[in-house]
Each structure stands twice: as C-alpha cells, then as structure tokens.
Design a protein around this ligand. Structure first.
Ligand SMILES: NC(=O)c1ccc[n+]([C@@H]2O[C@H](COP(=O)([O-])OP(=O)(O)OC[C@H]3O[C@@H](n4cnc5c(N)ncnc54)[C@H](O)[C@@H]3O)[C@@H](O)[C@H]2O)c1
Length: 318
C-alpha cells in the first residue's frame, strides 16, 4: 500500500532469469500487492507464475499474475524491463545493443499505451544505451524512465571492500559510477567505512588498502558478471535484490540516494547520455542528481565513460 493507502502494482517484462528473480525478491519483501509478469513466451511465464504462487503461504500477501498478453501490465505503477538477449560467455554488454535497443523501443511504445502513468525501470543490457533509447521512444520526462545502472555494481564494490575491511557491507559507503559496463569507475575519493576514509581504514588484524588491492577490487567488480556468466550462464540473484531495492525506494517514496542510470544534463559538463550518478529516487522517479566532489582522475573516467556510451547510442542513430 502506498503512503496514500492505494494498491500498488509492479509489472515485469521478461520472465527470464532476471525477471523471475526480481518477482521472487519482490514477493519475499512484500514490495507491492500485485506483481504482473509479461513475456512473449506464455508457457514459461505460466510456469514461473505458478512456481511463485505456490510459495505465497510463506510470504506477504500478494497477487502474482502473468501472461503473453501485454494487457496484464495495465495500471502498473512501475514497469521493469528485463526482456532481451543476454551476454553469452565472453560477450560484452555493448554487443547486445543493436538487438536490445530495437526491442526496448517497440516494447516502450506498447507499454506507454497500457500504463500511461507508470515509471519505467530498465534492466536490459546494455542498460545505459537501452535506457536512453527507451526514454526517447517513450516521449516521457527524463525522471520517469531510468535504468538500474550501477546499483548492482556498487553493491559488488561494497561487498569486496567490506570483505577487505572486515565490516558489514551496510557500513561501507562507496559508489561505482558511469556505465553499467566495462568503462564504469570506482569512486575511491569518497569511499569510507563509518566515516573513516577508505585509505585510512585499518582492518582489525589487517592492513589499509594498497594500490594493488584497489586495482584488484576494481578489476573484480568490472569482471564480476563475466565470471558468473562463465560459471552459470547468467547473473540473477544480486540484480534481483538491487532492482527490488530501487522499486522499494519508488513505491515507498523514500527519497533514497541510488546510482541509477539517468539522462544527464550538464552534469560536470556531461549531457545527452544516460549514465549512473548518485540520484534521489522517490515515487515520482528520479527527482534530482547529486553533485559530488570527484578527483581529477575520477572526473576524467566519468567523461570517458559518457563518451563510450554516447558513441554506442550514436552508432545506433539514437
Ligand atoms: N542491468 C543489470 O544489472 C543486469 C544484470 C543481469 C542481467 N541483465 C540483463 O537482463 C536481460 C535479461 O537477462 P536474463 O538472464 O533474464 O535473460 P533470459 O534469456 O533468461 O530472459 C529474457 C526473456 O525475455 C523474453 N523476451 C524476449 N523478447 C521479448 C518481448 N518482445 N516481449 C517480452 N518478453 C520478451 C524472453 O522470452 C525471455 O524469457 C539481459 O539483457 C541481461 O544482460 C542486466
């Protein structure tokens, strides 16, 4: 129930590994009263919906429905798009751009018809380029169409820092910004553990981070998806939780700061590209981006990331 006491509905497009796991995480956390799944594969959708419904005895009350007819998403408050091709082992996210951009454009046109008032959260990769294409195809204001961006990557980053520092992940504050992909950048300058700058933090029985530790952690964050895809074909649990967290920020009108992928307009001189920077997310979508202080190297990295994402969008004539 929203703050106004109204029933809430999440629509998930794509009943694949990512879509189904988002539905599962939302069910367990009781994020909305209705979870509606739409996929062109009706048999798979029905199977996922049955499997989820069979667990309802053990979760908060919800109505979980699905169909290969897009009407199922009508009236949704938020539409999460996960439909599309996924990375094969060794393939980059950018290599999916052509196929997934076209799919997102046509899906967005259909979605806007049945859910004219919804917010749209894009998960399909390459997340930033697909978000930009979906935003343009929707004709909606920029705050209403955004991508899950580096919320997942930042959580991978925090996990690795928490392991090194031997503290709870929740007490590590650090962001990965830029592209959700190979050009993403760690923001070391603002990273801290309970307000102790990360460079000064001495773990119990350990040593502060060295430059080699930082390089290894950055490498592991950027290559996390490749390793998981190599081992089990796709990633789903962490992205399921990350997207669920964004959905909670929206539906509970939290004004939560999250590094979602949003259209930048003169952000440190960067414009006309969707990229992750810290943003305030609430019931109306992305309310604002936050100006944070970046080192010269980080700013150069963010600009290079913007150029990389923009050039893919331009090559697809977006
Ligand atoms: N942004 C992130 O952090 C993040 C993380 C993991 C995966 N992903 C991306 O999420 C996407 C989905 O990954 P997955 O592992 O679930 O793939 P998957 O192959 O398991 O599922 C994709 C689903 O999309 C459906 N689909 C295809 N065309 C459709 C259409 N026109 N309408 C409705 N549904 C359609 C398919 O039937 C399939 O069920 C990929 O692009 C992947 O790269 C993003």
């Amino acid at each position: 129930v929203t703050t106004q006491g109204r029933r809430t509905k999440i629509a998930i497009i794509g009943a694949g590994s990512v879509g189904a796991t988002i539905a599962y995480a939302c069910q367990i956390r009781g994020v909305a009263q209705t979870i509606a799944i739409y996929d062109i594969d009706g048999k798979k959708t029905r199977a996922e919906v049955l499997d989820l419904n069979h667990g309802l005895q053990f979760t908060p009350v919800a109505s979980i429905i699905g169909s290969d007819d897009i009407e199922i998403i009508r009236g949704a408050d938020v539409v999460v798009t996960t439909a599309g091709a996924k990375q094969k082992p060794g393939q980059t996210r950018i290599e999916l751009a052509d196929t997934n951009v076209r799919l997102a454009q046509s899906l967005m046109e259909q979605c806007v018809e049945v859910t004219p008032d919804a917010l749209h959260l894009i998960v399909t990769n390459p997340c930033d380029v697909v978000t930009y294409a979906a935003l343009k195809a929707s004709g909606l204001p920029p705050g209403r169409v955004f991508g899950s961006g580096t919320v997942l990557d930042s959580s991978r980053f925090r996990y690795l820092l928490a392991e090194h520092c031997r503290v709870a992940v929740q007490n590590v504050h650090a962001y990965i910004l830029g592209e959700h992909g190979d050009s993403e950048i760690p923001i070391w300058s603002g990273a801290n553990v309970g307000q102790v700058p990360i460079d000064q933090y001495v773990p119990t029985g350990g040593k502060p981070l060295t430059d080699e530790d930082k390089a290894r952690i950055t490498h592991d964050v950027v290559h996390a998806a490749y390793e998981i895809i190599e081992g089990k074909g796709a990633t789903w649990y962490a992205v399921g939780l990350a997207v669920t967290r964004i959905l909670e920020a929206i539906l509970h009108d939290e004004n939560r700061v999250l590094p979602v992928s949003t259209l930048l307009d003169d952000y440190e001189g960067i414009s006309d590209v969707c990229l992750s920077v810290p943003a305030v997310v609430n019931r109306r979508g992305v309310a604002r981006t936050l100006d944070i202080s970046l080192s010269g190297e980080e700013l150069a990295g963010l600009r290079a990331s913007a150029d990389a994402v923009r050039s893919v969008a331009q090559s697809l004539r977006l």
